[in-house]
Design a protein around this ligand. Structure first.
Ligand SMILES: Cc1cc2nc3c(=O)[nH]c(=O)nc-3n(C[C@H](O)[C@H](O)[C@H](O)COP(=O)(O)O)c2cc1C
Length: 305
C-alpha cells in the first residue's frame, strides 16, 4: 500500500486530504470527522472577534454543477470558539487548522492572539471578507495592501504558529496576491475560496434560491478555476500550497498535486457523500498511484510545466 503521509510546513500529516473551512461546522462533528480514515487535518469554520448570525435561509443550495452559499460567516465569536477549540483539540489526533475572519485590519491582531492561545497547528486567514473601512466594502483579498496588512497583523500575533493565507479567485491576477502573501510572511497559501458571487433563480417562486440572493460558488464547477490558480501560484512562490476547489475524487486530488499543491482540501463533496468521502478519495489516490507506478506524492508534485 502506497503511503499518503505528507509533510507541510514541517508538520507531518497522515494524508494530504484535509477538510476545508465552513462545511462541517459544529465542534463535535469535527471531532467525529477527525477520526475518519484518510483524513489528514481538520480546518475549523472561520472565527470572528464577535458572534455572527447566519444570513436568511436557505444558505446553501445545490445545483447541477456544484453549490452556491451565503452562510454569512456565522460563528459564535472568539470567546466561545476558543473554549470549543480547547475542548476538541484533546479529542483529535490530526493537525488542526483554525480559520479566522475579520472585518477591519485592527481586528486581526486581537483575534489571532486569542486563537494562538489555544495552540492550533496552523492559523488560516480567510481574506474573502469585506473590509468595512473600505468605502466599496471590497474584500481584503482583492486589495494588495490590505492583504499584506492583514497577514502582517496575524503573523505578529501568531508567534511560532504557521500562518496560511487563503486567497480568493475573484481577482484579475492571483499571482500578485500570492507574491504579496509570501512577502508579508505567510508560511503557506490556500487557494481557492468560493468563486463569484453567483445567483440562482427559482422560476416557480419567481425569486432567488438563496435567502441572501447572491452567494459563493463551490464544488465541481470551480475545479478548473482552482487548478489554474494553484498552477499559477506554484510557479510564483516558494511556500507550500493547499489546493482547494471542486475536489471529489482521487483523480481530482492527484491533479491538484500535479499542479503544485502539497495538501488538498475537500469541501462541498462532503455535502453529497458525507465523511466517508475521505477514505473513498484516499483509496482512489492509492489505486491511481499503483496503476501509474507513482512511487510517492512528492514525485508527482508540480510535474506540469
Ligand atoms: C457552506 C460553505 C461555507 C463556507 N464557509 C467558509 C468559511 O467560513 N471560511 C472559509 O475560509 N471558507 C469557507 N467556505 C469556502 C470553502 O472552504 C472552500 O474554499 C470552497 O467551498 C471551495 O472548495 P469546495 O469546492 O471543495 O467546496 C465555505 C464554503 C461553503 C460551501
Amino acid at each position: 500500500m502506497k503511503t499518503l503521509q505528507t509533510k507541510f510546513c514541517n508538520v507531518t500529516f497522515p494524508s494530504p486530504l484535509i477538510s476545508v473551512s465552513g462545511i462541517v461546522t459544529s465542534p463535535q462533528a469535527n471531532a467525529v470527522l477527525a477520526k475518519e480514515k484518510g483524513i489528514g487535518a481538520i480546518t475549523w469554520k472561520s472565527v470572528s472577534l464577535r458572534e455572527r448570525k447566519s444570513h436568511p435561509v436557505p444558505v446553501v443550495v445545490p445545483y447541477s454543477s456544484g453549490y452556491i452559499n451565503s452562510v454569512g460567516l456565522q460563528n459564535p465569536g472568539l470567546e466561545q470558539a476558543a473554549k470549543d477549540i480547547l475542548h476538541i483539540k484533546k479529542q483529535i489526533r490530526v493537525p488542526l487548522i483554525i480559520s479566522i475572519v475579520a472585518f477591519q485590519i485592527s481586528e486581526f491582531y486581537p483575534l489571532a492572539l486569542g486563537v494562538a492561545k489555544t495552540r492550533p497547528d496552523f492559523i488560516e486567514i480567510n481574506l474573502s471578507c469585506p473590509n468595512v473601512d473600505d468605502e466599496a466594502g471590497k474584500p481584503f483579498g482583492t486589495d494588495l495592501l490590505m492583504t499584506t496588512l492583514a497577514i502582517q497583523e496575524v503573523k505578529r500575533a501568531a508567534g511560532d504558529i504557521p500562518v496560511i493565507a487563503k486567497l480568493t479567485p475573484n481577482v484579475v491576477d492571483i499571482t500578485e496576491f500570492a507574491r504579496a502573501a509570501e512577502e508579508a510572511g505567510a508560511d503557506a497559501i490556500s487557494a481557492i475560496n468560493t468563486s463569484g458571487p453567483g445567483l440562482l433563480i427559482d422560476v416557480s417562486k419567481r425569486k432567488p434560491k438563496l435567502g441572501h440572493k447572491i452567494g459563493g460558488i463551490s464544488g465541481k464547477a470551480i475545479k478548473p478555476l482552482a487548478l489554474r490558480c494553484v498552477y499559477e501560484i506554484a510557479k510564483t512562490v516558494n511556500i507550500p500550497i493547499i489546493g482547494i476547489g471542486g475536489v471529489s475524487t482521487g483523480e481530482d486530488a492527484i491533479e491538484m498535486i500535479m499542479v503544485g499543491a502539497t495538501l488538498v482540501g475537500v469541501g462541498s463533496a462532503i455535502f453529497g457523500v458525507g465523511n466517508s468521502i475521505f477514505p473513498k478519495i484516499a483509496q482512489q489516490m492509492q489505486d491511481i498511484m499503483e496503476k501509474h507506478h507513482i512511487r510517492d506524492l512528492k514525485s508527482i508534485k508540480k510535474c506540469i510545466d
